[in-house]
Design a protein around this ligand. Structure first.
Ligand SMILES: *Cc1c(COP(=O)(O)O)cnc(C)c1O
Length: 365
């Protein structure tokens, strides 16, 4: 082969490091030939799917020959009623990741820049670079967003990405900090408030992004059905913004970006209040169990309000990660985030959490 296709790629893609997902269970099974693996690597819901969502998927499988409803009319109507938002403000995505890409395609490009925090979710830089724009990573304060420094950096940016709480650190900011940030950022700077884990948060100081979309026309709130709603495999998320921004996002959205089973399952799970309550309760108990367990092992824990915890192994984390794999426990290494001594563990069921903690104790001793 004589053509160097890498040299032909647009420059942002040439320098792009692909997203590294959590290791799949089947892959570890293949590699080590072990069974009974616990995966706590991708912040997935440990409860299994809502029975209502499953039934809805089964009902629509016979429609597989037909394209999905490209407008997502029925799900948008449902989300609108559930959260009291005008469907004209909604954009559906193939996961909320899809929304992040749409934002980049609409508001970023060569000669433009986006701002995010050090240790912020990896997709912000990937979506930015893929469209040839420049990334500005603002040094974190502690492990969280330094919103004042980010507001300064945002003055001549096109997009700012905020994750609240942030993945992989679990850190968050309150209403007062968010309002101060929005007041300091020019309205021409589009601000994405990524609330992938908002359902888990129970603190009155937490800013619910949906309360702010009418007030800030430059705000795009993104949410997902992948985490607390337990539909990660189906890929469905949504953005809430001004109708004008929703119209722009819709111009670059792939015509049938959300599948029929995903639309049906998301609509059905919104009726399953019990499922959401169980997700949140399981997480609340598990977060306490894992945080206390890690502290009991003498490890530094970054306080989290998500469905995961990041902790300091006090040694290079890769060896700990590898040893945990041999115990059949998959967690997430964070060297790619510039955190080579940390690991992130998702909150599982009580049994999974206990299995993780005892494997970790064994590995560290
Ligand atoms: C998991 C996650 C998402 C959402 O992923 P989708 O499955 O694409 O909806 C978005 N942002 C953050 C910070 C996440 O951790």
């Amino acid at each position: 082969m004589s053509t160097d296709f890498r040299a032909l790629a647009v420059s942002g893609v040439q320098s792009l490091a692909p997203y590294v997902p959590g290791k799949p269970i089947a892959e570890l099974e293949r590699e080590l030939g072990i069974a009974n693996i616990v995966k706590l690597a991708s912040n997935e819901n440990p409860l299994g799917p809502s029975p209502r969502a499953l039934a809805a998927v089964e009902r629509v499988l016979r429609d597989t020959t037909l394209y999905p409803d490209g407008s997502g009319f029925s799900l948008k109507k449902k989300i609108g009623e559930y959260f009291h938002v005008d469907p004209a403000r909604l954009t559906l995505g193939n996961g909320s990741n899809d929304l992040l890409d749409m934002v980049a395609r609409v508001f970023l490009g060569p000669g433009r820049r986006s701002v995010f925090s050090q240790y912020a979710f990896a997709v912000y830089s990937i979506s930015t670079q893929a469209v040839g724009a420049d990334c500005v990573a603002v040094p974190a304060r502690g492990f969280g967003h330094d919103l004042e420094a980010m507001a300064s950096a945002a003055q001549n940016a096109s997009v700012v990405w905020l994750a609240n709480p942030n993945n992989p650190t679990g850190t968050w900011f309150d209403r007062a900090a968010f309002e101060k940030f929005m007041a300091a950022v020019p309205e021409k700077v589009v601000t994405v408030l990524d609330e992938a884990y908002s359902e888990y948060v129970d603190d009155e100081r937490y800013p619910n992004g949906l309360d702010y979309v009418a007030r800030y026309p430059n705000l795009i709130v993104t949410r997902t059905f992948s985490k607390a709603w337990g539909l990660a495999a189906l890929r469905v998320g949504y953005g809430v913004s001004s109708p004008q921004i929703a119209d722009l996002l819709n111009r670059v959205r792939q015509p049938f970006n959300v599948s029929t089973p995903a639309l049906a399952a998301a609509e059905a799970v919104l009726d399953d209040a019990d499922y959401l309550a169980r997700s949140v309760q399981t997480n609340r108990e598990g977060l306490r169990q894992v945080t206390q367990g890690l502290a009991g092992l003498g490890l530094g824990v970054i306080p989290s309000i998500g469905n995961f915890v990041t902790f300091d192994c006090a040694r290079p984390a890769q060896a700990v990660f590898d040893a945990l794999l041999r115990e059949g426990v998959i967690v997430r290494p964070l060297a790619g985030y510039g955190m080579p001594r940390h690991l992130r563990v998702s909150i599982g069921t009580r049994e999974q959490n206990a299995r993780f903690l005892s494997a970790l104790q064994k590995v560290l001793s």
